[in-house]
Structures are given as structure tokens and as C-alpha cells.
Design a protein around this ligand. Sequence first.
Ligand SMILES: *Cc1c(COP(=O)(O)O)cnc(C)c1O
Length: 485
Amino acid sequence: MRYHSTRGAGHTAQAGQAILRGLAPDGGLYVPETLPRVEETTLKSWQKLPYPALAGEILALFLTDYDPAFLREAAAATYGDAFGGKAGQVRTVHDGLYSVELWHGPTCAFKDYALQLMPRLLVQAKRQLRRDEVTRILVATSGDTGKAALAGYAGLPGIEIAVFYPNAGTSEIQRLQMATQPGDNVAVYAVEGNFDDAQTGVKRVFADAEAAAALEKRGIRLSSANSINWGRLVPQLVYYFYAYFRLAEQGAVRWGDPLDVCVPTGNFGDILAGYYAKHMGLPIGRLVCASNKNNVLTDFITTGTYDARREFYKTASPSMDILISSNLERLLYHACGDTAKVAGWMEELAQNGHYTVDGATLAAIQSDFACGCADDRAAAAELRARFAADAYLCDPHTAVALCVAGQRGGAAPMAVLSTASPYKFPRDVLSALGLPVPESDFAAMAALETATGTKAPQSLAALQTAPVRFAQVIPPAGIRAAALF
Ligand SMILES: *Cc1c(COP(=O)(O)O)cnc(C)c1O
């Protein structure tokens, strides 16, 4: 299978090259030339596969320049023990509403699904393309991506990783997850400012030709672990299939009938994977895009106008605090099939901060997607209600999706993607439950265990005594120097 840019179909790449490059040379995102069609007989044959084996099958359909045996082994090594046998685990919230818990991996957020696997794909791509430079990954993170990327890339040969997060912009748990990361090839910096300051600083380094040339001389090439990379998207298709099979098995959805899926959305990667799964032939009904108070996507899916000229809100679901939702560009391409149009809209967005798609493109998008938003107050009320009525405990991101799912009446059963462990945000969760909130995250963790009868993941509890390795705070202007160490 070949890939081309959303902004021009002239240049094509194999999956390995797309993964190594991240962005296409024209600044667009790589999209598959055609989508593999999965027939009923194949779906049936996949139905009973354990998660790692299913992942191997789906990866092989998209990453055709990789040896299928390598992909099977990589999937087995990734989704076995590290996910405690709980990869793709589905739980019933109440009749007709289900939660796909994607946070049983090593860093307790769904980003592990992509970032535990992608480093293996990257190392293998370098091998296949006989590239021997050092790859230095730069990551700007609001919290979850940073730790998931550190955990995925730590200790890998030929790779270095530097992570930049907003100082005081993450939960204490998230900060410690990063600051205690072991490994000789990792570096972590707190940046004075917010996530945008960190992100802008990192993007500047990527766009800095002088910096690239200086690194090149030392045999180093920069790369990104951002969710625009195809290697991050494709592993996320797997859990849509796996969840459908589990729900069909338990009679929650009749085989072949549609399942609606509601996804707490930021950069539009997780939900876009569902779009691909649907268009391959998995019976998904509506993909419901759930946003927090930063509801630029709600407005876009409703009106066809994307307008980033708006106030940025810091919310209790920080991984969804985003005004420029990068992966939407891929959906625009699939919905209109016209790279020139997409290039035009992206140019308008860059120049003026907004664009409006044509009626046919909007209609195509609305035939697959629904949307809704919930502010912190509504999400907290939902979190509390689900625990009180259903004994189901979730994190603030998942609560946004549960709230939006609840706003929709519909005949089809609904699955919500649960993207983080509640123990990553113990203070916000306690507060939502209406309980006293201790100062420290660890006291909050203990209080949450007592109040809910659930158990904090061992990897988070262990942070309390883990040695802190990184405590450096730098101004945004210092990102370049830190990235060029
Ligand atoms: C990253 C993240 C999201 C948003 O996912 P996108 O793929 O960026 O839309 C939602 N919830 C959590 C907990 C996350 O870490």
C-alpha cells in the first residue's frame, strides 16, 4: 500500500518512509491511497482472535512494506504483558452504554496503544531503508503523550527523545511520570508558559533549517512522535474491531448491526481511526466527536466552518484542550477527495485562522460524524452520576464523552472510548465526586481508593518513591538550545 499527502498526490511513500518522515514534504499528512476492504468472512475469521493477533492482521493490511512476521511479533511483544491482558477491555456502564478502557497500558492513557508500538516500527523502517543516523524525537506535550512517548522510546538503539511540557500545566502525577523516566537516551524539560508555548517552540526547531544542518553534521536527524504520524494512527484502528467483536459476543450488539462510538477528542487521531475502521467495513454507525469547552470541532461538524480565532480554555480534560486539531486534515481529504481543496483550506487556516468547507464535503462528514461538547461542570456532574448510578468510575476526559453520549438519544448501542485512568487525575476526580480534595496527588489517590473501592495502578502509585531525574525549567526561548544539545 502506498501513501500520499493530503495536499498533493504527486509524491508517494511506503509506510516505512511515511513513519520515518512524519509530515509529507509539502506539509500535508500521509493518507493511504486506497482503504483495504474487510469482507464479512474476514471479520468472522478475526472475531475470536486475541488482541495481539488481531493487531498483527490489521497492521499487515496497511504496512505492506513490512514483513508480516515482524508485524505479528511486534504486536505480540507490545500488547501482551505490558497491557496486563487487558488490551481493548470493554466494560458495561449500563444497558446500551459501554466503555472501552484503553488505559491499562504502562502509562495509563490510550496513547500507549500507538506509542508502545510505533518505536518498533520506526527502528524497523530505519533498518529497511538502511538509515544509520541517530533519530532525535522532540515532543511537546500537555501530559499524556510525553510519558507515553518516553516509555516507548527509552532505551532504543539509534533513538534519542526530548520532551517539553508546560511548567505547572500538568497534574502532579503526569509531571512525575515524566520527571522520573529512566533511560540514557531521554531528556525532559518544563517550559515556562502553557502548552502552546511549548508546542510553538518545538515547531520552530522543526522548521529551523540551520538547526537541521548543524544536527545533520553530527549524524542526527529530528523526528516527531506527534499524532499526525501514520505510525500512531494505524495501531488505533485495532481496538474498534476488538471492541465490536467483544460487544457482539456478549449480545450487546447484534452481529452486523451498527455500534455508535463516542470519542473524547483533541487532535482528532483517536476518532479518525474509527472512521477508517468503519470505511473498511466494520459496522460502526455514528462516530460522535466529544469536545470540552474548547469546542472548535463541535462548531465545525455542525456548520462546516472551522474557526480557531477563539479563546483558549484550560480545562479539567487537558489532553483535549486544543484549537488546531491536526488530524482533521485527513478527514477533509477523505470527505472531498481533492488535495487542492485541502491545501487551500489549510492555507486559509494558517493565514486567517479559519476556513469553510463546501456543502458536499460537510454532508459527507455529517454522514459519519455527530458531535457534542461538555464543559467542566457538566463533565464533573456526569462523572459523579455514572459513579452514583452505575458504580462506574472514569477520568475527566472520559466523563466528557459519557456526557456527550448521554445527550444523544439513538437506537444503536453506544461505546465510549475511555482514554485515561482516573488515577492520573485523582484530585479532579475526587472533586467531581463531591469529596474533600487533599493538596497532594498521592493523598488524593489514597482517598480515591478508599472512597471508590478501586485500586490505583501500580505504575502510578510507585511514583511517590521514584527518584526524580529531571527538574529543569526553561523559558520558551531555551527550547532550541535544549533540542540541539
Ligand atoms: C490525547 C488524549 C485525548 C485526545 O485524543 P486525540 O487523538 O488527540 O483526539 C483524549 N483523552 C486523553 C486522556 C488523551 O490523552
